[in-house]
Design a protein around this ligand. Structure first.
Ligand code: C2O
Ligand code: CU
Ligand code: CU
Length: 483
């Protein structure tokens, strides 16, 4: 388990990032880092009982995560990212010990292009194993961040990303076995944006008007340290690593790429009834824009919206809220030219080939023992077991069920592919299921039918509940793509 006191002692310096020196490494035991207790399993819909820090809202400006520059770019863009402990000012005037990619809480943004390879060398400067998964990425198995395929302390590892997929908002995060929940919670998450030429040609808001926003929940103790415990106590919502920030905008259109990087929170986002234009989901653009006033965004899901601030006079303040809880305030502060547009047609979805295999996937907890055990189809994750063998090139339908009889949500995420939601609870999908998806919410007793095509890469990949405390204790399966 990550020792907070030690982290604080080694990592806490005023004014920013400091490397955690190598210390003697003790491998984490199976349950370490996962304080999942039965009483926590009331689910993310339970009333949030944690002590809310009383902060004056909207005193800090929301930063935009820094775009990482490649150390080399020819035919391939090469990046270096150290994985290191640092401190970050999340709450005003307080330095919080965190885990970071490149010293930045939230992580730097990698901007990739369709068809252009990216290689990232990650250097593990922590005193425990770590690894990196590109969530939503179509990547070779060796670069997928298999939970057992970790970077040992002091070691480095190159991940190779072909970017053989259309433009989309992806993210990268830790996936080290049994540790991913705590690692991600403490800060090992960042944006990876893929852009393609045909998307660029649509002339959507771009450059400074295309802003990724990482939303996540967190719990702080009286010293401002992150508490990794009961998810129901994570009452402080962060936007790009700040609690309730404001963001000055010009009176024009903006594209916002919203990611829910919470371990297990479901956001219900609204702009106080004001319209937003939804243009993309997990895997990229929708066929056509959709006007919305509210959006459900479960852990790991992404949604992209265009907000047109030219509708509002200078001086207007618009609050993005989670239900009735303010998350972020947009302050309309200036005029600006705007030649961007949101075309009536964005990008057609790929045709659905005929499926040849149907599989059932049931997610549930075994609550009979002292510790909860996460299961898929009645079995906890076993890295030495392949649950599904899938023939390369085939198209499959998966019927995913949340088999809980208690009010406990799950989400479902598949590595390697973007899928389509065909049905929800035997009927039409919900608005949040539209487009290319890699993660879906599955409420208790609910079911989701999805279809995916496994086009080229061979090897072992994960599928799991993306409530990371659930996958950390076993709610994960392994599929192997075979020739
Ligand atoms: Cu974000 Cu295995 O996933
Ligand atoms: Cu993933
Ligand atoms: Cu779950």
């Amino acid at each position: 388990m990550l020792n907070r006191r030690r982290l604080l002692a080694l990592g806490a310096t005023a004014g920013g990032a400091m490397l955690l020196p190598f210390t003697k490494f003790t491998p984490a035991g199976a349950k370490d880092g996962v304080p999942l207790r039965k009483e926590y399993l009331l689910g993310d819909r339970a009333p949030r009982t944690g002590v809310r820090r009383t902060l004056a809202p909207f005193t800090t400006q929301m930063p935009v995560p820094q775009v990482l520059q490649p150390v080399q770019s020819g035919g391939v863009d090469i990046y270096n990212i150290p994985i290191q402990a640092a401190t970050a000012e999340i709450l005003p005037g307080v330095q919080t010990p965190v885990l970071t990619y490149a010293g930045q809480f939230g992580g730097p943004t990698i901007k990739a292009k369709t068809g252009r390879r990216v290689k990232v060398m990650y250097q593990n400067r922590l005193d425990m194993p770590a690894n990196v998964h590109l969530h939503g990425g179509h990547v070779p198995a060796a670069s997928d961040g298999h939970p057992m395929d970790v970077i040992q302390p002091g070691q480095a590892r190159v991940y190779d990303y072909p970017n053989d997929q259309q433009g989309a908002t992806l993210w990268y995060h830790d996936h080290a076995h049994h540790m991913e929940a705590e690692h991600v919670y403490r800060g090992l998450h960042g944006f990876y944006l893929i852009e393609d030429d045909s998307e660029r040609a649509l002339n959507l808001p771009s450059g400074a008007y295309d802003v990724p926003i990482m939303l996540r929940d967190s719990e702080f103790d009286a010293n401002g340290e992150l508490v990794f415990s009961d998810p129901a106590n994570r009452t402080t919502i962060l936007a790009n690593g700040k609690a309730q920030p404001f963001f000055p905008v010009a009176a024009r259109k903006y594209r916002f790429r919203l990611l829910n990087a919470s371990n297990e929170h479901i956001f219900q986002l609204n702009l106080g009834g004001k319209p937003m234009t939804k243009i993309a989901s997990d895997g990229g653009l929708l066929p056509a824009p959709v006007q919305v006033t509210e959006m459900v965004l479960a852990s790991a899901e992404r949604v992209e919206v265009v907000i047109d601030f030219s509708r509002y006079p200078i001086g207007t303040k618009l609050v993005l809220s989670n239900g009735g809880d303010p998350v972020l305030r947009f302050d309309v502060v200036r005029q600006a030219a705007d030649t961007s547009r949101v075309p009536a047609q964005l990008r057609a979805l790929p045709a659905l080939p005929a499926a040849t295999v149907v599989r059932d996937v049931a997610m549930s907890f075994d609550l009979t023992g002292t510790d909860p055990i996460g299961m898929i189809n009645g079995k906890a994750f076993d890295p030495n077991r392949v649950d599904f063998q899938i023939k390369r090139g085939s198209t499959e339908i998966w019927n995913i069920v949340n088999a809980e009889t208690i009010p406990l949500d799950h989400t479902f995420h598949m590595h390697l592919v973007q899928f389509r939601v065909l049905e929800r609870d035997g009927g039409a999908p919900l608005p949040q299921d539209a487009g290319l998806k890699d993660t879906v919410l599955v409420p208790p007793g609910g079911s989701v039918k999805v279809q995916a095509t496994f086009r080229d890469f061979l090897g072992k990949y994960m599928y799991h509940c993306h409530f990371l405390e659930h996958s950390s204790v076993g709610m994960m399966g392994q599929m192997e793509i075979i020739p």
